[in-house]
Design a protein around this ligand. Structure first.
Ligand code: 3PG
Ligand code: MG
Length: 394
């Protein structure tokens, strides 16, 4: 088991806490479409306030690549947090610099300051120690609850806590809970262990998947990710999203652990995601015609996947089965959410969209653990060490 410094050991009385969270929540314009990641930090915030701390909140949002973009501003998230806590929360337009520093220094016990997106500075993703030094000025203590970002060796996750002595840095209640649940998966003795994978972002997921296939009894793959596997088998995919850079790894996974991999046998295809004029179900064997793209798994595939999930004792799900944002193409994802919720198993769901699917289908309370990490929970379950957790280990 991983032994990590817990928040209880910190002296928080009249201390300013630098609190790193992952409020990179799914958005529709400036509206938060799923607030799970925010809600899950409230117990830690309440506890720190009760213990007499003031709090400086740090987070990233989106992938603005070191530039200031209105679309990736954390302002709407601050408003959401104010609403959830029914409390005034201060704001600074930059996470470093004079304005932010003077505001953090002026905080009294129980007060909260929310700082703008860390990723507006390129140094964040470079794990830059000088940038970390500027962030350090905001507090005397460091607490990390950003489980969703712990697989990133970024400045606020690694270089910053390194600047605090071990009695002044710790994991918050959310990070501790994530570890407690996810370690149940990595220490499973209950079998079969079925992993369900999907989503469009394949590049960062295929390496952990390669590790996960070795640990799981079977891996069900749908959504954008399955296109790449089907292409690796030589299937026709038409205009579907295929990650050509990941084809080699997909081939390697199929060659070494092919029998464990369960892929779609039918797909829902369309001519256009935004303005579909043609929507049909095709068999994978026949292939996707040129001009059409796969957007959901078909009904035969839903049955196949449901059967695999129903027989499991442990289920880990990461990534939707299709273009879930579009109601019309969310059918497969919702059916998989139902299957996971009804499995007589320990079930863990991670990743913004799969969590959204589970919440939207009303099955959230039937899932053993909803993780606030997507890539992070996947890497953790695949046995990969996360830099943000390593730095907090005893
Ligand atoms: C996530 O949403 O998975 C985390 O916030 C990390 O974001 P990233 O993949 O852009 O690093
Ligand atoms: Mg994301």
């Amino acid at each position: 088991m991983i032994d990590i410094f817990p928040i209880d050991q910190l002296d928080l009385e009249r201390k300013r806490v630098i609190y790193r969270v992952d409020y990179n929540v799914p958005m529709e314009g400036t509206k938060v479409s799923d607030e799970t990641r925010i809600r899950e930090t409230l117990p830690t915030i309440l506890m720190m306030r009760e213990r007499g701390a003031s709090i400086v909140i740090l987070s990233h949002m989106g992938r603005p690549k070191g530039k200031r973009t209105e679309a990736d501003s954390l302002r709407p998230i601050r408003a959401k947090l104010e609403e959830l806590m029914n409390l005034d929360i201060q704001w600074a337009d930059d996470c470093i610099g004079d304005e932010a520093e003077s505001k953090s220094k002026a905080l009294g016990p129980g007060q909260i300051l929310f700082l703008e997106n860390l990723r507006f500075h390129p140094e964040e993703e470079k794990n830059d120690p000088t940038f970390a030094g500027k962030l350090q000025k905001h507090g005397e203590v460091y607490v990390n609850d950003a489980f969703g970002a712990c697989h990133r060796a970024h400045a606020s996750i690694v270089a910053l806590p390194r600047l605090f002595s071990t009695d002044k840095r710790a994991a918050g209640l959310l990070l501790l809970m994530e570890l407690q649940f996810l370690q149940k998966v990595t220490h499973v003795s209950d079998r079969p262990f079925v992993a369900v994978m999907g989503g469009a972002k394949i590049a960062g997921k295929i390496e952990p998947l390669e590790a996960l296939v070795k640990l799981a009894d079977s891996v069900v793959i749908g959504g954008g990710m399955s296109n790449t596997f089907l292409a690796a088998q030589g299937r026709e995919l038409g205009d579907s999203l295929v990650d050509h850079d990941s084809l080699e790894v997909a081939k390697r996974i199929l060659a070494s652990n092919g029998p464990k991999v369960i892929l779609p046998t039918d797909l829902v295809v369309t001519d256009s995601i935004d303005k579909p004029t043609r929507v049909e179900t095709i068999s994978v064997e026949k292939g996707v015609a040129a001009g059409l793209k796969a957007v959901d798994i078909g009904p035969r595939t839903v049955e196949r996947f449901t059967a695999a999930i129903a027989g499991a004792k442990v289920v880990f799900w990461n990534g939707p089965m299709g273009v879930f944002e579009q109601e019309q193409f969310a059918v497969g994802t919702k059916k998989i959410a139902r299957a996971v919720a009804h499995a007589n198993a320990m079930t863990i769901v991670g990743g913004g969209e799969s969590v959204e699917a589970v919440n939207a289908s009303g099955f959230a309370d039937k899932i053993s653990h909803i993780s606030t990490g997507g890539g992070a929970s996947l890497e953790f379950v695949a046995g990969i060490s996360l830099p943000g957790i390593e730095i907090l280990q005893r």
